[in-house]
Design a protein around this ligand. Structure first.
Ligand SMILES: NC(=O)c1ccc[n+]([C@@H]2O[C@H](COP(=O)([O-])OP(=O)(O)OC[C@H]3O[C@@H](n4cnc5c(N)ncnc54)[C@H](OP(=O)(O)O)[C@@H]3O)[C@@H](O)[C@H]2O)c1
Length: 256
């Protein structure tokens, strides 16, 4: 098992859910953290807590991954002790709405494609060249079981997560021989703010998604990510699919 102590870890979407749990999990391993999200106040508060509790260095930035110029600027202006990113957790993402494609909402399509595909690419493009130059580094993408199987009302969300898989598979081929690792961690249903965001704040609809079974927690996913990040230098987890024991795939969930 590789130690994460002192490693520089950049986490996008660190203000909530899986990103926040990853920040806590990497802090426990004494990594150096770069936490970014649009809600800067949330990452600042988390940074304060983690640096106090674990005595680690944490840098924060406001970052909308859709804003290519901002991504370039944030990466170009990292403080000197944070410039060599060892691990990138490309996590920021969302689903919006459950319309069929025939009744699709154009704004929702744009937001998902701009965040989940183009946003992840923007951050990758800013960080990957440095990793290739240093012959080390690890990019961990948050894919989804939605990237393995389509389901109704999620055509564009599934398309974005199929894309994440295509992009991570491609990069793994492109960097082979450099020492850079690429992993896609693909969870099933995880109880976070994800469904609240998908239903535009409707808590009742969001709660129904997780009714009658025990979904994954953000901590479960963070633990899997730590596993991927701590394999020995010669071993890479290409893809890790994790679901609740009650979930077989995107379509089959056993509810009591
Ligand atoms: N929950 C699930 O069931 C599930 C299952 C499979 C995969 N995933 C994937 O896991 C990832 C994290 O989701 P989650 O469940 O943790 O949801 P969440 O609790 O809603 O957190 C999403 C995070 O993404 C950030 N984000 C959204 N748009 C952003 C943007 N344009 N720029 C920067 N940050 C942005 C949010 O921060 P700000 O709003 O502060 O920017 C927030 O920190 C996503 O990629 C999601 O697709 C989730």
């Amino acid at each position: 098992m590789e130690s994460l102590q002192g490693k520089t870890v950049l986490i996008t979407g660190a203000s909530a859910g899986i990103g926040e749990s990853c920040a806590i999990a990497f802090a426990k391993e004494r990594a150096k953290l770069i936490l970014v999200a649009r809600r800067k106040n949330k990452v600042d508060e988390l940074a304060r807590k983690l640096s106090d509790k674990f005595n680690i260095d944490v840098h924060t930035s406001l970052l909308d991954v859709r804003d290519r110029a901002q991504v370039k600027n944030v990466v170009a202006n990292l403080p000197s002790e944070f410039t060599e990113v060892d691990i990138l957790i490309n996590n920021a993402g969302l689903a919006r709405g459950v319309e069929t494609v025939a009744e699709g909402n154009y704004d929702n399509w744009d937001e998902m494609i701009d965040t989940n595909i183009k946003g992840m690419l923007n951050v990758t493009r800013a960080i990957l060249p440095g990793m290739i130059e240093r012959n080390r580094g690890h990019i961990i993408y948050l894919g989804s079981t939605a990237g393995h199987m389509a389901y109704t009302g999620a055509g564009v969300y599934c398309a974005t997560k199929f894309s994440v898989r295509a992009i991570s598979d491609t990069i793994r081929i492109e960097v082979v021989g450099t020492g850079v690792k690429v992993t896609s961690v693909d969870p099933g249903a995880v109880e976070t703010d994800f469904s609240k965001v998908r239903f535009f704040g409707d808590e009742e609809k969001a709660a129904k998604v997780y009714q009658g079974f025990t979904p994954l927690t953000a901590e479960d996913v963070a633990e899997s990510i730590i596993f991927c990040a701590t394999r020995p230098k010669h071993a890479n987890i290409n893809e890790l699919i994790i679901t609740s024991t009650s979930q077989a795939n995107s379509l089959v969930i056993h509810r009591e």
